[in-house]
Write a protein that binds this ligand. Structure first.
Ligand SMILES: [Zn+2]
Length: 95
């Protein structure tokens, strides 16, 4: 899963893999996205992309089996959306 983000400081977009490669820094302003927990942030971003891909593949396999059921979207994506909304709420540019 290729995840895209936006820097709160400069408003520019980046790919998460860039931040992972840079050890947690913004590819544009060079500042850490979280100075105190850079390693945790990088590891979590890497995990989100890796497991996101696994998750998508599993759902793809389920869908390709054409099973006799539908899946409830909120039960699959609800918590994911909640965490993204949490990040978005905090996405305020610093003066
Ligand atoms: Zn930045």
């Amino acid at each position: 899963m290729k995840i895209k983000g936006t820097c709160k400081r400069d408003g520019r977009e980046f790919m998460v893999e860039q931040v992972v490669a840079l050890g947690g820094e913004c590819p544009w302003d060079g500042q850490p996205f979280n100075a105190d927990y850079a390693a945790t942030l990088v590891e979590s971003l890497r995990e989100a992309e890796r497991l996101g891909t696994e998750f998508e593949r599993a759902l793809e396999r389920v869908a390709s089996l054409n099973p006799a059921f539908d899946l409830d979207e909120e039960s699959v994506l609800g918590e994911t959306k909640a965490q993204l909304a949490r990040l978005k709420r905090n996405l305020v540019r610093q003066p």
